[in-house]
Structure formats: structure tokens, C-alpha cells
Design a protein around this ligand. Sequence first.
Ligand SMILES: *[C@@H]1O[C@H](CO)[C@@H](O)[C@H](O)[C@H]1NC(C)=O
Length: 338
Amino acid sequence: MHIHSFLPAAALATVVSAVATPRILDNTVPAKLNKFQYIGMNEAGPEFGEKVFPGKKGKDYAWPNNTAIAHFIDKGMNTFRLNFLMERLIPDKMTGSFNAEYLKDMEDSVNFVTGKGAYAMLNPHNYGRYYQKIIENPEDFKAWWTSVAKKFKDNPKVLWDTNNEYHDMPQPLVVKLNQAAIDGIRSTGATQLIHVEGNSWTGAWSWKKSGNADTMGALKDPLNKLVYHMHQYLDTDGSGTKAECVSSTIGQERLVEATQWLKANKKVGFLGEFGAGDNAQCKTAVAGMLKYMQANSDVWSGWNWWSAGPWWGPYIYSMEPKDGKAYKGYIDLLMTYT
Ligand SMILES: *[C@@H]1O[C@H](CO)[C@@H](O)[C@H](O)[C@H]1NC(C)=O
């Protein structure tokens, strides 16, 4: 039972009553979640050195640490957002072919996660840009996604995320790029969930004023399996760069508008990035936010903390076990909101 010892009493009771004898989890079966379907970590590293192309493994970038991922799975997490760069995977042009080494490493990373029964979310950490230029041609983007989806379409534990944090782009282009990704992915026969992201760094607090609320609902998926993937930080400017949070209630407050939009439009949301410093005010704010999401789990499908990964060093939100600056303060707290 030690694996469940971090779960709240209510969740523990559910697990225990659901089966005759306490369930012993092995490494291939993530814990059963309570309210959410997808919880876990961002895994950063393959997108590091993001201005160095192609970049050298071990010098400019690093793949996630499987031991750390296994540790999170043992804790009960089941979803890992793998950050990588579009240009490193398909370097010459979006319609071009794969870099074999980067693809192989990515496949190994994905296979490790999904081999343990967890979900691997493929996240091109590109902000709607390719070689730092705004992607203007949806057809190119569609071609890129078609190539990538062909490689991973047969793995039911893969989740697609069209791109990380579009920003400072024409709103219609953001919608068109998301649609092109959906069309490319579905053209391969892939049936997994597709996460779509909005403009303005896909912020939940700005979902309305960014223009996302008025335009993103029009995205069409023949399988109707879209997830509205939003990010939310709790510091003054919402940038996720400070250890301090605005107040102990700011987490919930910043999600209210987006939650209302999801409900009114019958959409499913996911909080794909959030993070905060290890201090009492932030912890209360994070707990309040996750509790609010639980109370609205009809529209919130889960969360991914920002961030784990092997190269964070002393970064304030690092969850890399067990020396990451946020690890000790947050791991048990997070795992009470499953
Ligand atoms: C991988 O994670 C394990 C467990 O946290 C740690 O002992 C090891 O040093 C890590 N390796 C790298 C290369 O970061």
C-alpha cells in the first residue's frame, strides 16, 4: 500500500473499496486517478538550446531521464508532455524528411513512457515558429504533422499537441495552423486525442481577451477528440518566471473565465503548464487551483506541472526528483489532486 500513501483519504477509500484486496501497482500500470484522466509532468530537455540548430545531444540538449519518469509513474502520474523542436526532428523544411538520430531518441523516449502504460504527449515546443519565423503556410505545417503522425499513429498512448504557445500572431493564422495539424494527423488514420493551443501563450486567464474564446471553438475534428490545452502561471505577469504568487487565491481566479468558456461551449480543457515557487502562499494558490479544477472535472481533464527534465539545475519550478527546487515542496501536494 505504500504507493497509495500519498493519496488523500477519499481517493484511497475509493481504490480500496473498488477491489477486494489492496491493489499493488507494478511499474507498468499507472495509479487509478480520482477526478482527472491525465496528470503528470512536462519533460523538458530535447528543446533546450533552442537557438542552436541542429544542436548536439549532451551539449545543447538532453532527452528526459527515464528513471525520473518511472519515479513519477510510481507516484501515480500517467501523462508526460515531451518537449522537442520541429527543426531538430525535420530539419530541411517542414515538408522534408526526418533526422534519424533525433527521431530514434524520440521514439525511445515515447516508447519508454507508453511501455509503462502512461501517456506521451508530443509537444513541438515551437511557439508557432519554424527556425524562429512565424509559420505562414498551413499546408507546410500539415505536411510536417502528417509525417510525424505516421510514425506514432499506432501507439494508442500517444497524445498530440499541435504546438507550444502560439503568440503574437494573427488570430486567424493560429486557428488555421491548429486546423492544419488536426487535418494532417487525422489524414494518417490516427485516432488519439489532439491538444490544440491558442494565441497569447495559450493562457487560461487571457482566453477571452486574446481572441481565443471567439475563434478556437470553430476547430473541427472528424473524431471530435479535441482538448483545449491552456497554460497558467500565478506570478504578477503570468510569465512563470518568479517564485512569488500574486495571492493565495490567484490560481482559481485565473481559471474562472476559461472554465466558463469550456462549459458554455461543451469543450474539454487541460492545464498543460503551471508552476509556482516553493512558498506557503504559492502552495495555497496551487492547491486552490487544482481543487477548483477537480470541482469542474466535467471540463478539466487534467494537468501537467512545468517542469521536470534533467537539465533544470536550480530552476525555481524544477520537479526533477529529488533535488529539483520545487520537488520536495510540491510532489505530495500535487498528488492529492488526482
Ligand atoms: C536520472 O534520475 C536518477 C533518479 O532521479 C538519478 O539518480 C540520475 O542521476 C539521473 N541521471 C541523469 C543523467 O540525470
